[in-house]
Design a protein around this ligand. Structure first.
Ligand SMILES: NC(=O)c1ccc[n+]([C@@H]2O[C@H](COP(=O)([O-])OP(=O)(O)OC[C@H]3O[C@@H](n4cnc5c(N)ncnc54)[C@H](O)[C@@H]3O)[C@@H](O)[C@H]2O)c1
Length: 377
């Protein structure tokens, strides 16, 4: 694309950051990763109603402008895209305003918390001609792109079922060395919770691999009514839990292909893969980190021999770039899609399907029935 200001082919997407909290600023967050994509993206502004946070982040990361509100940032003509890093209940109203004002959007997950809001955001983006990229980013990681390729090539045969682990111990649930730097209380309250915060990862992973689901059946509840922050500046804070923090659900993909997914704040530790897929000719195991990222068990891997195959070079090597960028991989994906005109892998339509599943989990658990899904991506 030719830069309309400079006439060169080196246009950098001018990005505003909305929300100067944890995910904007921590080591694995968005701003520290920006240095690796400075040829594609330029951070020109940051906004947070706690204006000291915006000011401090601007000073730490060399951002030229800071604002106390989204509106002021959207009035800045230099801003052509916004990364929405606000708490979950604010995603919909802020994202809608961003796309209505003709700015491209990177949204933290989930895209919204109602189907109506998700539809409005997608319609407004289409009317404005802007691109939406929605977290989580996992499908950009090579273990998932390779897994998708292998499934498409029928490497393990017809899929029977998958087990997907999509939980952690909850914000503030880790010890001192994993301390939460900001007050994590909002994660446990109605409108947030582990389904929107964590289950969303597993839903994107498994639907990214197997395609859109058709039906949902779920159990959901509150494990304990209060929790105490274990470490960090908010250590000892008593948090009232009003969002269900324990969700287990099953997805039906049709043709007798199923998945079971957890979305809880109750997993302190686990030795299981993130995703395991069991199929008629073998098994596929996908890991988040560690020495192995993808393994396949194949019947007749060699004539008469069943066994595990672990790729020795990929996908680890292919993830070096992603590991450097960390959360900024989303902003790179947006810049690439805007520049090339290609459809995002992390599309808003996929995020809307994931949201429909999450809402169906709640309906299914409350009403004790299987819920049909209508969307696809
Ligand atoms: N913390 C993580 O490890 C993590 C990881 C992945 C995704 N996320 C997602 O990132 C988002 C933010 O999470 P976080 O942990 O950074 O939360 P946080 O509470 O640390 O930060 C949120 C920030 O948004 C600001 N804010 C509130 N209302 C705003 C508004 N109207 N406009 C602009 N800013 C506003 C708050 O003042 C705060 O600084 C959530 O959607 C969360 O699910 C967080």
């Amino acid at each position: 694309m030719v830069d309309q200001e400079s006439g060169t082919g080196t246009h950098r997407l001018r990005l505003g950051i909305l929300g100067a909290g944890m995910i904007a600023t921590v080591d694995y967050g968005v701003l520290p990763g920006m240095q690796h994509i400075s040829d594609k993206v330029e951070v020109v502004a940051i906004a947070d109603p706690v204006v000291d946070r915006a000011r401090n982040a601007a000073s730490k990361f060399g951002i030229p402008n800071y604002y106390a509100s989204l509106r002021e940032m959207l009035d800045d003509p230099r801003v052509e895209a916004v990364a929405n890093l606000t708490p979950i209940p604010l995603h919909a109203e802020t994202s809608l305003e961003i796309v209505k004002r003709g700015k491209h959007l990177v949204s933290e997950k989930p895209l919204a918390t109602t189907m109506r809001d998700a539809d409005s955001i997608i319609a407004a983006a289409s009317a404005s001609g802007v691109v939406i990229v929605c977290s989580p980013p996992d499908l950009l990681f090579s273990q998932y792109s390779e897994a998708r390729r292998l499934l498409k090539e029928d490497a393990i045969g017809k899929v029977a079922f998958a087990r997907v682990q999509s939980s952690h111990a909850g914000p503030g649930g880790g010890p001192e060395d994993q301390a939460w730097p900001t007050d994590p209380t909002w994660f446990y309250q109605e409108g947030s919770g582990p389904l929107f915060d964590m289950g969303v990862y597993g839903i994107h992973q498994i639907t990214g691999l197997l395609g859109a689901a058709k039906r949902v059946s779920a159990f959901s509840g509150i494990t304990e009514p209060t929790r105490t922050v274990r470490g960090g500046p908010f250590k000892g804070t008593e948090m009232t839990v009003t969002a269900n923090d324990n969700n287990l659900f099953m997805l039906d993909f049709g043709h007798s292909t199923f998945a079971v997914v957890d979305g809880t704040f109750n997993v302190h530790a686990s030795r299981s893969p993130k995703v395991e897929i069991f199929a008629r000719k073998g098994t596929m195991s996908i890991y988040k980190q560690g020495p192995k990222l993808l393994e396949i068990f194949r019947t007749d891997a060699a004539p008469g021999l069943d066994g595990w195959i672990e790729p020795s070079s990929w996908p680890r090597a292919n993830n070096d770039h992603a590991n450097r960028l960390k959360k900024a991989i989303m902003e790179e994906h947006l810049a690439d899609c805007v520049r090339s005109g290609s459809r995002p892998i992390l599309s808003a339509e996929h995020a809307r399907h994931a949201l429909e599943i999450m809402l169906a989990v709640s309906t299914s658990a409350v009403e004790g029935r299987v819920v049909d899904l209508a969307t696809t991506f």
